[in-house]
Design a protein around this ligand. Structure first.
Ligand code: PEP
Length: 252
C-alpha cells in the first residue's frame, strides 16, 4: 500500500509572523486529531523554514521548500541552495512547479540539475509536471508530461527515484477554480505510473506516490483521491487556510 500524501504549497504568501501562526495552528490540529494516516507536508517560503521547523519538529508534519538553486554554492546572489534548505530542517522541496517553469523559464535540464542537487543534499523532491490548456485542447497532454518526466526525472537512478514524489498538476487547473475530473486525473496518473514502470520496473512504479494538484478543495478532494492511482494532493490556495487544508487531509 502506498502512503497517502497531502502537501500544501504556500507560494509567496504570508509574512513571517503570519506563516508561523498558520504552521502552529496546523500542528495543533494534528496533535489534537492524531488519527490522520496521511503524510502531511507544508512547503513554505524560504523565510519561514527555520521557524516552522522549530514549531513542527516534535509533531507529525513534514516541512518543505518550494524551490532551490540549480547550483550547489558560491557566487549566485539571491539564490538558496538545496543544502541550505536541508540545513533548516526541511525534508522536501518542490521542483518544477508550473509557475517556476513559466515565469522563471526553468527548463527540463535545469529542473533535472535541481532535482539531483536536492537528492544529493538529502532532500526528497516533489517533482511537478503538467500541461497547459492549449496542449490539452490539442490532445498533446500525454506527450508533454512524457517529455517533462523523460528529461527532468528519468536521468535518475532507480535508487534516486526512491526520493521522488510526482505531482501531476494540469496548469489550466492551478488557481483557476477548474479541476481535472477524477477520471482525467486517474488517466494521467496511470500513464505516469506506466511510464515509470517501463523505465524503472514494477517495484519502483508501485511504490511511487503520484499526487494531483489543481484547485483541490474540501468539496472535491475525496472524489479525486478515491482514484486508484491518485495518492493524495499538492494544494495551493486551500493550503493557506487551516480549516480547508485539514479538511483536505481528512478527505484522504
Ligand atoms: C499549486 O500551486 O500547486 C496548486 C495546486 O494550486 P491551487 O490548489 O491553488 O490550484
Amino acid at each position: 500500500m502506498r502512503k497517502k500524501i497531502v502537501a500544501g504549497n504556500w507560494k509567496m504568501n504570508m509574512d513571517l509572523a503570519e506563516g508561523l501562526k498558520l504552521a502552529s495552528s496546523i500542528d495543533k490540529y494534528f496533535s489534537e486529531n492524531p488519527s490522520n494516516k496521511a503524510t502531511v507536508i507544508v512547503c513554505t517560503p524560504f523565510i519561514h523554514l527555520a521557524g516552522a521547523h522549530e514549531i513542527l519538529k516534535h509533531g507529525k508534519i513534514a516541512l518543505g521548500a518550494q524551490n532551490c538553486a540549480s547550483e550547489a554554492s558560491g557566487a549566485f546572489t539571491g539564490e538558496i541552495s538545496a543544502w541550505m534548505v536541508k540545513s533548516t530542517g526541511a525534508e522536501y522541496v518542490i521542483i518544477g512547479h508550473s509557475e517556476r517553469r513559466s515565469y522563471y523559464n526553468e527548463d527540463d535540464k535545469t529542473l533535472n540539475k535541481k532535482t539531483l542537487l536536492a537528492i544529493n543534499s538529502g532532500l526528497k523532491v516533489i517533482f511537478c509536471c503538467g500541461e497547459v490548456l492549449k496542449e490539452r485542447e490539442e490532445k498533446k497532454h500525454f506527450l508533454i508530461v512524457k517529455r517533462q518526466l523523460e528529461e527532468g526525472l528519468f536521468p535518475l537512478s532507480v535508487e534516486q527515484m526512491d526520493k521522488i514524489v510526482i505531482a501531476y498538476e494540469p496548469v489550466w487547473a492551478i488557481g483557476t477554480g477548474l479541476t481535472a475530473s477524477p477520471d482525467q486525473a486517474q488517466e494521467m496518473h496511470k500513464y505516469i505510473r506506466d511510464m515509470v514502470k517501463e523505465k524503472y520496473g514494477n517495484e519502483c512504479a508501485k511504490k511511487l506516490p503520484v499526487l494531483y494538484g489543481g484547485s483541490c478543495k474540501p468539496s472535491n478532494a475525496a472524489e479525486i483521491f478515491s482514484k486508484p492511482d491518485v495518492d493524495g494532493g499538492l494544494i495551493g490556495g486551500a493550503a493557506l487556510n487551516k480549516e480547508d487544508f485539514t479538511a483536505i487531509v481528512e478527505a484522504v
